[in-house]
Design a protein around this ligand. Structure first.
Ligand SMILES: Nc1ncnc2c1ncn2[C@@H]1O[C@H](COP(=O)(O)OP(=O)(O)OP(=O)(O)O)[C@@H](O)[C@H]1O
Length: 237
């Protein structure tokens, strides 16, 4: 579903933020992406969703290059950034309808999903309020719902659990599991190793822009905790 093929990204005047990185994320995978601050996670994610260009390599979404067919690729994916920048002058429901229009979600489908997810994430009562009046967590929940209303085949999330209350975090984890059971793929960055260990069937560790380890969570940890594996990789490499 998502193939990252040997991508390298250099920011202007900077060193390589991501170096020759390759990953293969398949339908049904919940793929966790972990690494220290500045390791290159957000850079990789932004390249995958077509927000920034990269210098070498290619990124394929369902077999199509994000560079060659950005619109087709973007139709299949949903992206939730670490700090969702939403249109503050819209109400929550206006924003969800706006996203529904862009992705051509039918009225019936949209209504069902908005009702279900707004209820799950407990923001139904504020959907008529301006987004500018929302707390950080409420904005995060709205961004999550907007990402789910078009049934993305590929869901990309950057630090999705930051700012969510415990119940919302549980609901998001369950939603991620059920999306993958239906055949979607999820790729997300996190600093919360406990969550990654429990939720992800596959994990990649990045350090200084380079992929240090990747694969099935069980094979990677081999009975150790992910925290131990992460510290080993971070210290020794
Ligand atoms: N716009 C930019 N211009 C120049 N350098 C940048 C830019 N954005 C990121 N970098 C650099 O690229 C490297 C990777 O940053 P990136 O944001 O991808 O890391 P990260 O793993 O997401 O970190 P964090 O966990 O802190 O969010 C860092 O050295 C960072 O300073």
């Amino acid at each position: 579903m998502l193939q990252i093929k040997n991508i390298t990204k250099r920011y202007k005047g900077g060193k390589e933020a991501v170096s020759n990185l390759s990953l293969d994320i398949q339908a049904g995978d919940i793929y966790g992406f972990i690494g220290h601050n500045g390791a290159g996670k957000t850079t990789t994610i932004k390249a995958v969703v077509g927000i920034i260009d990269f210098d070498e390599g290619d990124i394929l979404i369902d077999g199509e290059s994000i560079r060659v067919s950005p619109i087709n690729c973007k139709k299949k994916l949903a992206y939730i950034p670490d700090n969702p920048d939403l249109y503050e002058h819209l109400t929550g429901i206006q924003y969800l309808n706006f996203v529904g229009d862009i992705f051509e979600v039918s009225a019936k489908d949209r209504e069902d999903k908005i009702r279900r997810y707004a209820n799950d994430f407990e923001i139904t009562s504020v959907l008529g309020d301006l987004i500018s009046s929302y707390s950080h967590g409420m904005k995060q929940k709205l961004a999550i719902i907007s990402a789910l209303i078009h049934d993305p085949k590929l869901l990309i999330l950057d630090e999705p659990f930051v700012g969510l209350d415990p119940k919302a975090a549980i609901i998001l984890k369950n939603t991620m599991r059920s999306l993958c059971e239906q055949g979607s793929a999820i790729f997300f960055s996190t600093h919360v190793l406990d969550v990654a260990e429990k939720l992800c069937n596959k994990i990649a560790i990045i350090k200084n822009g380079k992929l240090m380890a990747s694969g099935n969570t069980n094979e990677l940890t081999k009975g150790q905790s992910l925290e131990d594996v992460f510290m080993e990789v971070a210290d020794h490499a």
